[in-house]
Design a binder for this molecule. Sequence first.
Ligand code: F6R
Length: 611
Amino acid sequence: MCGIVGYIGAQPAVDILLDGLTNLEYRGYDSAGIAVNVDGQVELYKAEGKLQNLKDIVNAKKSHIEKSTIGIGHIRWATHGAPTTANAHPHSCNCGRVAIVHNGIIENYKELREKLEKQGCTFRSQTDTETVAHLVATKFAQTNDLTEAVRLATKELEGAYALCVIHQDVKNTLVATRRNAPLLVGIGEGEYYVASDVPAIISYTKKAMYLDDNQIVTLTPDSMKLIDSENNVLSQKIETLPWEPVALSKMGYKHFMLKEIHEQPDVVRNVLSGKLKAIDEPIKLNEVTLDKDKLKDLNRIQIVACGTSLHAAMIGKYIIEDFCGIAVDVEPSSEYIYRKTITDKNTLVIGVSQSGETADTITAVRQAKKQGSHILIVTNRPDSTMAREADSLVPVNAGIEVSVAATKSYMAQVISFYLLAIYMAEVKGVNNFTELKHELVVLPQKIEKVLAHKEDIQTCAKKFSSAKDFIFIARGINFPTALEGALKLKEISYINATGYTAGELKHGPIAMLDESMPVLSILMSGKVYDKILSNSEEAKARNARMIALTDSTDEKLNDLFESIIRVPEIDELLSPALAIVPLQLLAYYIAEFLGKDVDQPRNLAKSVTVE
Ligand code: F6R
């Protein structure tokens, strides 16, 4: 979603701002802007569309703009007001002396706007953010102190925000604050950086301080002061960021998505490392602090997540119920938070999120925490807001994922659920996982085999790329694989794709089948293989174009299916971790063949920080 960069120091701010925004581009956005202070004047530059449009405007005046050694920048994913130049950040006040960038949503912006308009403020955009700019300007007029103006202004704000503010009259000062939206300060030599996410600044510094809710930081080139909302000075917790700039390189792949799909064998090895030491030893999950007796007493587990993470959670449900005999409910966070949920101290609530910043999931786990449940977070970002809500943490170690469509983080979540389910079962005294552990250890080699035959999937993708619709069918543990395969396809190719449990096909969806409809059957060996085969026959009888994804070598499948994507044989229980890889590749190659913007699909954001 939106991204923030700020800089104050001795270098031209513009290069750092544009570079930082480039490294946040992957999050998805629809307009961009920067504010700098050139020769004592705050200047705003904004453009709708791709960041390149802003770069073109800025580059035309580069020798002028680069005189500024202070600035703030933003990429916007529209929530209030269309993605136009006027609505792009930074926003300013009547006199143009304040410039402000904002992530999040100001929920009471309508009331604030009405009040400010009565006081004479003229609004130039439809955004909620502009109210903050006017509010800060009003408070500055009363106090002549930028930090105090921000502090007083934020007291009137409801909702979520990460804010970065500069003021023409307070040269060489940048003020930043947050509530329910991430923000960190990068620390250099005689310079500071501000960012809503690590990639924006990691190539400049690894020394950083994360802001907590309601903290306000005031930066000059050689000082940093941190206060709380009551003006108390706070001590600063400086840490070293565990990130490498190389993660932001495509490493020779055409797209980040393709690179990330190829990283999956190593992702599996990483996730297993240190947790699955030997197949005859119990799984170790050091960050799971849930008392072993309490774990044995659990009567219920609720898992909340969104999108791809929700699909990983559905696999989690299947295996936790199977291995541990504990009832598990899985629910989209956005539904969970708007109903009366029944949780208590014997309920474990698991939040699953790649980014750890998904607003609905954060709200859901906070809601459950209030009701006394132990909160376990499965996330790729142990530095995220959600991770900080956790009683227990399962860091999934996928490394930074740049492509908006999640692939390797899904793999890491799925493998983490296997480890968690086996861990819980072993604590409960169930100990028959030697074979499954062995399968987990050899899984990376099987994924490598699938990747080695990607040309076959590319051929299949080309063949079906003109389809307007796609159906994925599966049963049992691979139903979430069908949903995830369909989600990947629709996200990046914009083809209407739906996943169904194969048994449901004849209860309605079969009406849609004809010679134009591809039906992809996920046909992995195991207890539902024959059933899916029958469902595939039913679809074929309605003239659908049949594709199989299978680990079977049965030659008879050639008669039923127009295309067959084969994967190595695998235990049915672990098959979702292998079967998803060709579906990711299929979606990738179809989108690539159709010339779509694979890494930054339209309308999507990498982390969805609004409810
Ligand atoms: C799909 C995708 C989204 C996310 C969803 C939740 O490829 O990435 O569906 O899975 O927005 O995001 P996280 O996992 O960050 O909570």
